[in-house]
Design a protein around this ligand. Structure first.
Ligand code: ATP
Ligand code: MG
Length: 778
């Protein structure tokens, strides 16, 4: 590859300084959207092109899989553009499509494929696949390279078994969830069972250490690791085996970390070991052909619940750098211009974050035009909020040919909030993806709950029965299930026929007969209720009877809490369905047949190249950017979340999260809150978020009556402009003779617009608004 490094012209002087940095430590600190990730990716390109670094010698760590993919895409693009100029004398975009594809695949084969770019967990589990057989823990436990990675529910049941069966402990005193939490914390602080035990002054602590010890036995017997091990084990391995460390130290000459503010102590140890080869004396470090390059923003630290600690970022200068004052240092660069957001958005973000006390003030100047004001919307409830957002999206997309679905993002604080938005997107056949998570009806707990409901409404549905027969675990093993299924097949009958007959169960299920009969009785109870009580109550009943919710409550992890909220949201979905179809069929069957539940291939498998609206939690949005962002659910108790209302430092973390959310927006930002929200099955009045009041009033608007045309690039329009009324889907209007109605569709553009209006009494009509002289209604 030639060494044309034309791409450096796409950088400002400070970015260029960071990108051209070759060896030694460098910290890049800057606010959101200032081009930190750009500096990191361009630097990788520069290392390879200018300094001839082999891509295999580069380790680039990011925070999410999505961010890793984006990082690779960005690097691939830089190289492809460079090659286009050098090989074809043309800009990449001007090449025919097949040449673009060829170039990209060449870049992939020669560069991207060999680079180690990913999350901490993915990269270090790869290292473990290589070297874990050289690892032995303090009790000589070992693992081989085919190890499994246990997920949270595997871990929970293992710990529960140790607490209740092996040690026969009172599981009220030693709740498996809190024991689990203590063990995870110990691992995150780098303690082995023995080291942990030494720290314990009392009986309880020593018991937990014992559980930890046995838990490690079990993991090793199963040749399994948990998520925390993926960081802890390589750290330990590097500490105990000089050769292994030396190998990876030699290999990864250039270590780069994005979002460095969200690293925790063990992750830091790992980076430190790799970079220094375990040499503790700083003056002995050899920086020849070697570097550590980290970028971050302490104001965007949002993972303290996973032990992330932004003081690690603040200590970089001391730990690795020259520690000189800002004006003299060679190991730190600050970026002070924001390239992402229109000025109004940026200014709002800057003012919001100034309310935090635990921070270091920094400069972040806008480079873009002021843009539109931030639109702040109050909705009646969460359903109206979703309707507002989806209407805005449809209107904007419709009115602006240059916008596509991929330009929109909806950000929320908690996972379960996605449901009403998904339902409307589904209804209007708008493609969407849930970034870093699953679509509501694909989530495990929702599938479980629906399987219960399906089994009740249609007992012939063997797939659903099998899904929940032992979920949560109730001691019905695989052999028993096989015997039951087998019998039903032999007799050419349904599984339910067998399950619901006590005698057959008794014959086939042996020791688990009682558990099977209880399960069948529970389903039967639901069946008897089906014509008598609403679906929402059946769901509530079955979730209690089955112990499903209790099981999640016992787990007590954030993940389990999240699942509980999702199941509650399913309950809300049924309530909403019942309300919306009052007077019609609101049976459980009708709900289950509800279109939203059956996957639609057209919407689900968005066609090649088709873009989709992005939905995600604020946590998952870190590092990403979108032309139009909707930040929803800005209410006290939801965002900021309940737990932060009386905890100042948790509140500051929520504010950082809000800062992250606002700064994702490039052109337009919409904020919304509801007056009333059904959170846990009950409707509750909601208060607008204090964060809304912390934003400068002059940058906000609550009036969006005339939706101006959207321009992705320079907004300046020249020439005579006729004032054209523009209309929005969802707007209420008064027609002289038809009365009150709501706009449901808009056809055409400019002065050729016609609108479809749904009138309360007359149904839908298509109308030319200039002829009809429609009046807007508040
Ligand atoms: P975050 O803090 O959200 O992770 P960041 O600091 O990593 O943001 P980037 O994502 O690298 O910022 O950049 C933000 C946007 O600004 C991107 O669209 C990027 O392409 C653009 N950008 C960065 N630097 C420049 C520049 N010098 N000139 C023009 N655009 C730039
Ligand atoms: Mg970034």
């Amino acid at each position: 590859m030639t060494t044309n490094i034309d791409f450096l012209s796409h950088l400002n002087p400070s970015q260029r300084q960071a990108v051209e940095h070759y060896c030694g430590p460098l910290l890049v600190v800057a606010g959101a959207g200032s081009g930190k990730t750009r500096a990191l990716t361009y630097r990788i390109a520069n290392l390879i092109l200018k300094h001839r670094v082999n891509p295999e010698n580069i380790l680039a760590v990011t925070f999410t899989n999505k961010a890793a993919r984006e990082m690779k895409d960005r690097i691939q693009r830089i190289f492809a553009e460079n090659l286009a100029i050098n090989q074809h004398g043309k800009k990449f975009d001007l090449l025919p499509e097949y040449e673009q594809t060829q170039l990209k695949s060449k870049v992939y084969r020669t560069i991207i494929k060999d680079m180690w770019c990913g999350t901490f967990h993915s990269l270090f589990s790869r290292i473990l696949r290589w070297d874990i057989e050289k690892y032995q823990d303090e009790k000589r436990r070992t693992w081989n390279k085919n190890f499994s990675i246990f997920d949270e529910s595997d871990v929970q049941s293992l710990i529960k078994e140790i607490v209740t069966k092996d040690l026969n402990l009172d599981n009220k005193k030693f709740e498996p969830k809190s024991v689990r939490y203590a063990i995870s914390n110990a691992k995150n602080q780098g303690f082995s069972p023995q080291e942990f035990e030494r720290e314990q002054p009392n009986y309880r602590g020593r018991v937990i250490a014992d559980v930890y010890n046995r838990y490690q036995d079990r993991l090793s017997q199963n040749n399994a690791l948990d998520f925390d091990d993926l960081i802890l084990v390589p750290t330990r391995l590097f500490q105990q085996n000089e050769q292994v460390l030396a190998y990876w130290h030699r290999k990864f000459c250039h270590v780069l970390v994005d979002e460095y503010q969200d690293t925790n102590r063990t992750q830091y140890d790992l980076i430190q070991l790799l970079v220094t080869n375990g040499e503790e004396r700083k003056h002995e470090w050899n920086w020849e052909n070697r570097s550590v390059f980290v970028v971050g923003d302490a104001d965007q630290s949002i993972y303290s619940f996973r032990m992330a600690d932004f003081t690690i970022l603040l200590e970089f200068q001391e730990n690795f750098g020259d520690g000189l004052p800002d004006d003299d240092t060679r190991s730190m660069v600050k970026l002070e211009e924001n390239y992402r957001s229109c000025e109004n958005i940026l200014q709002a973000a800057n003012e919001l974050i100034e309310n935090n006390t635990q921070r270091i003030d920094k400069i972040l100047k806008a480079t873009r035009d002021p843009g539109e004001k931030i639109y702040c919307h109050q909705a009646d409830d969460e359903i109206a909020e979703a309707a507002f957002v989806i209407n805005q999206i449809r209107t904007l997309e419709h009115q602006n040919p240059e916008l596509n679905w991929g330009d929109f993002a909806i950000l929320y604080r908690t996972n379960a909030q996605s449901r009403p938005f998904e339902e409307l997107l589904f209804k209007y056949q708008i493609p969407y993806t849930v970034v870093g998570g699953m679509k509501f009806y694909d989530r495990k707990e929702i599938k479980d709950a629906l399987a219960y409901l399906r089994a009740i409404s249609n007992p012939a549905d063997t797939v659903s029965l099998l899904r929940v027969i032992n979920t949560p675990r109730r001691g019905i093993g695989k052999a028993t299930i096989d015997a039951l299924v087998n019998a039903s097949q032999q007799l050419s009958t349904t599984l339910w026929e067998i399950l619901s007959d006590e005698t057959s169960v008794h014959t086939l299920a042996g020791r688990s007969a009682k558990a099977v009969n209880n399960f069948a009785a529970m389903i039967k109870k639901g069946q008897e209720q089906i014509t008598k009580v609403p679906g929402s109550e059946i769901l509530q009943g079955i979730l209690e009877d089955s112990g499903y919710i209790e099981d999640l409550q016992n787990q007590g992890t954030d993940e389990a809490d999240n699942r509980i909220s999702n199941v509650n949201e399913l309950y809300n979905a049924i309530l909403q369905f019942q309300e919306e179809n009052e007077g019609e069929d609101i049976s459980l069957q009708a709900f289950l047949q509800n279109a939203a539940l059956s996957p639609n291939p057209d919407v689900d498998n968005s066609k090649e190249g088709q873009t989709a609206v992005s939905l995600m939690t604020l946590h998952a949005s870190k590092g990403l950017e979108f032309p139009i962002v909707f930040l929803v659910g800005l209410e006290q108790g939801l965002f900021p979340g309940n737990r932060s209302l009386d905890d100042p430092s948790a509140l500051e973390e929520e504010r950082r999260l809000c800062y992250v959310g606002i700064t994702r927006a490039q052109e337009r930002l919409f904020l919304s809150h509801a007056r009333e929200r059904r959170l846990y099955a009950y409707r509750e009045r909601a208060m607008r978020s204090q964060f809304l009041d912390e934003l400068p009033e002059e940058l906000l608007t609550t009036r969006n009556k005339v939706s101006r045309s959207f321009t992705k690039t320079a907004p300046a329009k020249t020439g005579q402009q006729e004032t054209i009324e523009s209309w929005q889907v969802g707007e209420k209007v008064l027609h002289k003779s038809f009365g009150l109605g709501e706009i449901t569709h808009i056809f055409g553009e400019g002065n050729k617009v016609t609108v479809a209006i749904k009138f309360a009494s007359l149904g839908q009509k298509i109308i030319d608004p200039r002829v009809a002289k429609l009046q807007r209604v508040e």
